[in-house]
Write a protein that binds this ligand. Structure first.
Ligand SMILES: [Zn+2]
Ligand SMILES: [Zn+2]
Length: 94
């Protein structure tokens, strides 16, 4: 049983690209960027960010992939600053 599911949609407006969606590269190539994982098949340029064809917002390509496990989205843990190790101890004097 596989409860794992990956959905591709815009992280900003949840628009879902379809097979006929096309992105245009600066080289003039036009292709479905989700077929190649953001790589232009013509000039091999890697597009780290992908523009939404619906809301025109740019988002990192990986952000478009939403992984669901058992119906719940697995939220990627944003790498943030590690919490400072606070050693708060009750004031006690020796
Ligand atoms: Zn290209
Ligand atoms: Zn969008």
């Amino acid at each position: 049983m596989s409860a794992r599911q990956v959905k591709i949609y815009c992280p900003k407006c949840t628009w879902m690209p379809v097979q006929s969606s096309r992105w245009q590269c600066s080289c003039g190539g036009s292709w479905n960027t989700f077929d190649t994982g953001g790589v232009c098949p013509r000039c091999s340029r890697v597009w780290e960010d992908t523009q939404c064809l619906a809301c025109h917002a740019w988002s990192p390509h990986s952000r478009w992939y939403h992984e669901f496990i058992g119906g719940f989205e697995k939220v990627e843990v944003e790498r943030s600053e590690p919490a400072p190790a606070r050693s708060v101890r009750p004031g006690r004097e020796d």
